[in-house]
Design a protein around this ligand. Structure first.
Ligand code: ZN
Length: 333
């Protein structure tokens, strides 16, 4: 097998010929970042190369001085001995796959990705390659994500049925919160949506990028006002559920939007009354379909359920390797 351009190191994936790391979990001189989720995009690197949106998101999360230098990658560039370009990953606003080429060999690090339409980002672009690095967050045959609009319609049915109760939907701040709001609008919901203060900056950023979220109002009101939100939909990050903030609402319906909601035990553990299976990651049918499309001779599998996908790939006649990378959380999802 040809020698690969990338390798696994203690800091994460490294490309020696171009001298850069991809989504390293510790500060490095030069990092290419696939997207703004905290376990991929960390502060403190010497230089960061990423899409303009990912750079903006890192600025919002970490402040102006999150890196020594930044470079917005729009066109392909030559870095050391390799050609480097970013192509859409369909995961969250700004998300990209890293495509590295040298001497006719092409390797793709997908970052996190999804094949389901998401108005916040361009669709995943399959790039045929010799080596493909895939995520495996939901890479078990049991994971089959339902149509997200069906899930949103379940939320709207609950709002109609329990019209005297506020519905608080847990959703992570980057990607999922805006996705829930966009799905509500797509389903024809035109009432104001209330958002927790921790979601404001990233919702504002989506608005600045022309992503329509409709009428958003802050859910930072006093208790008396909060108690009057009968039948309203409120979006909040998971951290808000353990805080005093949630106590302001009288007898709310607690919902949560995540791919993990397919597992009942996860929903129960979080005290979720209305689990909504909405994911920004590939499920089993989509991860296997994608691998067949990009048709790599070699597959590297990272953060998630590596073993099932390993076995599947070997049966397909591909060389597969679990990366067991450190530093990636169970994806905020
Ligand atoms: Zn992610």
């Amino acid at each position: 097998m040809a020698k690969s351009l990338i390798s696994k190191t203690e800091f994460g994936i490294y490309c020696a010929a171009g001298d850069f790391y991809i989504d390293p979990h510790r500060p490095v001189p030069r990092a290419v970042i696939t997207h703004g989720h905290a376990d991929h995009a960390r502060a403190g690197h010497g230089a960061v190369l990423a899409t303009g949106e990912t750079l903006d998101i890192m600025r919002i999360r970490y402040g102006e001085t999150f890196a020594g230098a930044t470079q917005k990658l729009t066109d392909p560039i030559r870095l050391g001995g390799v050609d480097l370009r970013l192509v859409p990953a369909g995961h969250v606003l700004g998300s990209a796959q890293v495509v590295i080429e040298k001497g006719g060999r092409r390797e793709v690090v997908s970052g996190d990705y999804s094949r389901v339409a998401n108005p916040a980002c361009a669709p995943f672009e399959p790039v045929p390659c010799d080596l493909f690095v895939t995520e495996a967050t939901f890479a078990l045959p049991v994971f089959r994500h339902p149509d997200p609009l069906n899930e949103i319609n379940r939320l709207l049915a609950s709002v109609r049925r329990f019209s005297e109760r506020a519905h608080i939907v847990g959703a992570y701040a980057l990607g999922k919160a805006q996705r829930v709001i966009m799905l509500l609008r797509q389903a024809g919901y035109s009432e104001p949506v209330y958002i927790h203060g921790a979601l404001q900056a990233l919702c504002d950023y989506h608005l600045s990028q022309g992503i329509a979220l409709g009428d958003l109002r802050p859910a930072t009101m006093e208790t008396a006002q909060a108690r009057a939100l009968h039948g309203a939909i409120i979006i909040a990050p998971p951290s808000a559920f353990g805080s005093a903030w949630v106590q302001r609402f009288a007898d709310p319906v607690i919902a949560f939007a995540s791919g993990w909601m397919q597992i009942r035990a996860h929903a129960r553990r979080r005290g979720v009354e209305l689990p909504l299976v909405i994911s920004d990651h590939v499920d089993w049918p989509d991860v296997t379909r994608t691998i067949r499309q990009v048709d790599p001779q070699e597959l590297w599998i990272t953060h998630g359920r590596e073993e099932a996908l390993m076995r599947w790939a070997v049966l397909e006649g591909r060389h597969a390797r679990p990366l067991h990378l450190l530093g990636y959380d169970e994806e905020p999802e």
